[in-house]
Design a protein around this ligand. Structure first.
Ligand code: FPP
Length: 241
């Protein structure tokens, strides 16, 4: 296989451990992590990746100390505001997935303004997962489906993969082809659990602030070497190539 991934999704893990290893407070790890996020969206854009999704703040992250939550919210806002001109210049469309209701008003407004200002971007979509949890997203979709069914607007037999997807906050995105996780852990942590069913997974030992173009290229090259069979045999895949 030699096609580059259309959609890369990244679990940016390891800010805290990177900071500890450098004798710095966790905040320094997160600040450096934001710089890495900026470099990464530029690197993906330069490589013609059509969709990049970054797991910036998970539903489970609401359990962190309030001080750290406040910092992460402020950094999300800063990321969007500081990069807005560059998003527009590069024709990058900013999007968000997740439950934005719980975000502080200033963060939510800044993000909504960024989404609106970049809505005509055509060369890449950059999606921030904020207050996002895959299970939570599925529960929201099931509730919406149940409400429509109860109102007589949807029959059980009309519910299929396509209609279920239309109620997820990821509806506008194609499934990720490649999910990258830094920080050495090998799990999805509730990130795009439905959408990643056939994604290739790439786990990097290094911490997120240390992620760079070399590792990105390694991940893309590993993806390109893998054979995606979607349940078929290798011979079937070869025959249809
Ligand atoms: C995991 O590191 C990272 C996060 C919880 C948040 C990721 C957020 C950023 C990189 C900053 C915001 C980014 C954008 C694009 C706005 P950790 O704190 O769990 O690290 P640890 O596992 O080493 O403690």
């Amino acid at each position: 296989m030699s096609c580059k991934p259309e959609h890369i999704a990244i679990i940016m893990d390891g800010n805290g451990r990177w900071a500890a290893a450098h004798g710095e407070p966790r905040a320094v790890g997160h600040r450096t992590g934001v710089k890495t996020a900026t470099k990464t969206f530029i690197a993906c854009h330069d490589r013609g990746i059509a969709h990049l999704t970054l797991y910036a703040f998970s539903f489970a992250n609401w359990r962190r100390p309030q001080e750290e939550i406040d910092l992460l919210m402020a950094l999300c806002q800063q990321f969007v505001e500081d990069n807005q001109a560059q998003f527009i210049e590069r024709s990058v469309r900013l999007q968000v997935i997740g439950d934005l209701e719980e975000l502080p008003t200033a963060t939510r407004r800044a993000i909504e303004a960024g989404v609106d200002a970049t809505k005509n971007g055509e060369s890449m979509t950059l999606t921030l997962a904020l207050g996002y949890g895959g299970r939570n997203d599925l529960v929201g979709a099931v509730r919406a489906i149940a409400a429509r069914a109860q109102a007589g607007l949807l029959l059980p037999e009309e519910i299929d993969e396509t209609s279920l997807r239309s109620f997820l906050t990821t509806d506008a995105l194609p499934d990720p082809d490649l999910v990258i996780r830094t920080g050495g852990e090998k799990r999805l942590s509730d990130f795009l659990i439905f959408e990643s069913a056939y994604a290739e997974l790439f786990f990097a030992e290094l911490m997120w602030p240390a992620f760079d173009e070399t590792v990105l290229d390694e991940a893309i090259a590993a993806y390109e070497r893998r054979e995606r069979r979607y349940g078929r045999t290798g011979a079937q895949v070869a025959a249809s190539a």
